[in-house]
Ligand binder design. Structure first.
Ligand SMILES: Cc1cc2nc3c(=O)[nH]c(=O)nc-3n(C[C@H](O)[C@H](O)[C@H](O)COP(=O)(O)O)c2cc1C
Length: 205
């Protein structure tokens, strides 16, 4: 009898592990809801870095950030994003001239929306901005996961950016993401931890 229940317990553990639901010994929330605390910690730890070192980021890390971008959901999987990696001295110097918010970063991603690929929404709207926002959120979080600092930057003129980088007509720059290693004195701004009251942010209906 004892050995039967041992076998059953073992079989159950193996099944749970195979489903990715293996009980984690480190979990200890009151209701025992399985949750990945590491993810919330990562989300809380990410902040907009505004002072970078000039140390280049390893290609493997850039590849992983781009991989995270690729895994993002988009409307009907249209994947309208086009990510330019501004890495050459020329491209980075152009980025510095186009935005005051490069903060000394050695590189930047420019996330653009290819309007011809974006899923249409209503008569003249599109899901492009929403898709690109999700893509870049994946990038910010994977970068943080790799200890690569980022800052999402909207402070640039999209028309000037298009012109300076000779982007195709259908490409619309959405956000610039300077990235690199945070300088020793880089720190989250006061805004990082500021939060509106929960009842302004969430309402159960
Ligand atoms: C759409 C968007 C545009 C932003 N544009 C800029 C910008 O132009 N310059 C800048 O320094 N930070 C910019 N930020 C960063 C925000 O100021 C920052 O995310 C916010 O204050 C919260 O701080 P945290 O990122 O450190 O948590 C932008 C963020 C978003 C989401």
């Amino acid at each position: 009898m004892k050995s039967t229940s041992l076998i059953l317990t073992l079989a159950l553990s193996l099944t749970l592990a195979a489903c990715g639901h293996a009980p984690k010994e480190t979990l200890s929330n009151p209701s025992d809801i399985p949750m990945n605390k590491d993810f919330l910690q990562l989300a809380a730890d990410r902040y907009s870095v505004r002072h970078f070192t000039s140390t280049p980021i390893e290609q493997e890390k850039i590849d992983l950030i781009l991989q995270a971008a690729k895994l993002a959901p988009t409307a009907i999987n249209s994947q309208p994003q086009k990510i330019y990696v501004l890495r050459s001295a020329d491209a980075v110097s152009k980025a510095n001239a186009l935005s005051p918010c490069m903060y000394g970063a050695p590189h930047a991603f420019l996330v653009c929306c290819d309007e011809e690929r974006a899923c249409k929404r209503g008569a003249d709207g599109s899901y492009g901005d929403i898709d690109c926002s999700i893509v870049l959120t994946h990038m910010l979080l994977e970068a943080a996961n790799l200890s690569v600092g980022t800052c999402p930057v909207g402070y640039f003129d999209p028309t000037q950016v298009k012109e300076a980088l000779s982007l195709p007509e259908r490409m619309r720059p959405v956000l610039l993401i300077p990235f690199g290693y945070a300088a020793d004195d880089a720190a989250p701004s006061d805004r990082h931890a500021a939060s509106r009251p929960d009842d302004e942010l969430v309402e159960y209906l």
